[in-house]
Ligand binder design. Structure first.
Ligand code: GLU
Length: 480
């Protein structure tokens, strides 16, 4: 008689043996296999400008871009989550069923190496003491005695300052986790504290917003930044991460990403009134016909479109930024597709597409908002995205100000850079000062263009070239 499998399973001894075999098999599956099985890579990060945030194209930030590429290389979906503090990030990483890894601008230090395993580093950063330009520049640790010095709570820099106190007992500092590094820079800028210790990469990204912040001195040598993984004997995930970094180092992807996030200089500082006036003569005339056409087609003032194009590209149809936006109106690829632009460096297409997109964005904004504010809101959303603008409007309303007035909302947009505020919002951190500068600049260029074109009758259809009689540049209004 043939024993059937069912009969076999009824034997208790065999059932035990089978379970044991299954358990051994389960134990044998590696961390990477488990992740592949789940189909999802879970990454914990911080919602900051150097790691993960949203801009007008959606999720971005260096850590996000890296994690996205890593997940793609393994054919996994990416699930990003943000921790509010470094302490909670490490706690979550170490917990059962916690995230697979932390990609959060973390620097490698000895204390942490006991709790987590660091993958191979991808960036070297220097700790720097920053102070407010105009104040007496501290040149050494001794100069910081008695100063209001702050650092991010739970950070490697806090560990370092504590270690320094052994040699410099007079050194005092405050740690806070209700502030992010961006906040520390603002506090220095606004003279609310005397100094802070931050990493060089953070300063590069935020310098444009806090012009008074300057480097006093480097606090020691460069340090490596790396992803952190849970402590466990299985090294399959760690090996995969290291192989990924080796590959993107070799093929140039890493350098490109670093350049994209840290290599830019701030265009808003660079643009001067003189350059604008010169470009009005040398560049604008080439585009005036297209701008007028788009203005007619979309019922927009062509000079507003001209002002936008200047803010976006300095009237350079070949302009491209490291973030992949291109052309006169600096359209992203998805936006270009959305508005039917097939060639972003074709000036006529770019202008038409930009105008069409601006009108589309404006249509998404509450019709209760009267002009011209509705246009300023539309420009702000064109720059930072509708979600962040909505967040700022909600904060404005909560504070008892008018969410339908630009003059009120523009005070709240920059709060999206501050942790205590952006954690209350739906879309989180945003470079909220940027749309404020963006709108301000466009309005300023628009004013100049209106002013310059004013004396001429529009019906004479003269080009800007002819408006600019010799000496007119000297007559531009004060402060422009
Ligand atoms: N890199 C820091 C760390 O790993 C966090 C950010 C900072 O302190 O600037 O602790």
């Amino acid at each position: 008689m043939h024993p059937t499998p069912a009969r076999k399973l009824h034997s208790p001894a065999l059932a035990v043996a089978l379970c044991a075999a299954l358990l051994t098999a389960c134990e044998k599956s590696t961390q990477l296999e488990d992740i592949r099985e789940a189909g999802e890579l879970r990454v914990i990060t911080r919602n900051t400008p150097t790691t993960f945030y949203q801009d007008r194209n959606g999720d971005t930030g260096l850590e996000y871009e890296l994690a996205k590429r890593f997940a793609e290389s393994l054919n996994l979906d990416l699930q990003m989550q943000s921790a509010d503090t470094l302490e909670s990030l490490y706690q979550q990483l170490g917990s059962n069923n916690g995230p697979d890894l932390a990609a959060a601008g973390l620097t490698v230090n000895a204390q942490r190496q006991d709790q987590v395993r660091f993958a191979s580093p991808y960036l070297q950063v220097t700790p720097q003491v920053v102070y407010r330009r105009g104040d007496k520049k501290p040149r050494s640790i001794e100069d910081l005695y008695g100063q209001r010095l702050m650092v991010l709570k739970g950070s490697t820099l806090a560990d370092e300052l504590r270690a320094l106190q052994a040699v410099h007992p007079e050194l005092t500092f405050t740690e806070s986790d209700s502030f992010e590094v961006v906040d520390l820079l603002r506090l220095v800028n606004d003279n609310e504290i005397d100094a802070a210790v931050v990493y060089s990469n953070e300063l590069v990204v935020n310098r444009a917003f806090y012009p008074a912040v300057s480097v006093a001195f480097d606090l020691g040598a460069e340090q490596p930044m790396a992803w952190a993984l849970q402590q466990r004997p299985d090294s399959t995930l760690l090996d995969a991460v290291n192989a990924f970094f080796a590959e993107i180092k070799a093929d140039g992807t890493l350098d490109q990403l670093i350049e994209r996030f840290y290599g830019h200089s701030d265009v808003l500082d660079y643009v001067g009134a003189r350059a604008f006036a010169e470009h009005m003569q040398s560049r604008l005339p080439r585009y005036e016909t297209f701008l007028r056409q788009a203005g007619d087609q979309y019922a927009l003032d062509w000079r507003l479109l001209a002002a936008m194009a200047y803010q976006e590209s300095l009237w350079d149809e070949t302009a491209r930024s490291a973030t992949g936006v291109r052309g006169l109106m600096m359209l992203t690829l998805p936006t270009a597709k959305f508005v039917g632009v097939t060639n972003r460096v074709d000036p006529q297409q770019s202008i038409m597409g930009g105008a069409r997109y601006l009108v589309w964005v404006r249509d998404q904004i509450s019709a209760d908002i009267p002009e011209p504010d509705r246009t300023w809101f539309a420009l702000a959303a064109y720059n930072v995205g509708l979600g962040h603008l909505e967040d700022a409007r909600k904060l404005t309303e909560k504070a008892g100000r008018d969410p339908n007035r630009w003059i009120d909302v523009k005070d709240f947009l920059p709060l999206l850079q501050k942790k205590q505020w952006y954690t209350q919002t739906r879309y989180g951190y945003a470079r909220g000062s940027e749309p404020v500068h963006y709108v301000q600049n466009i309005r300023r260029y628009h004013d100049i263009l209106q002013w310059v074109t004013q004396p001429q009758s529009e019906s004479r259809q003269q080009s800007t070239e002819q408006y600019l009689a010799p000496g007119i540049l000297e007559q531009l209004p004060e402060g422009i």
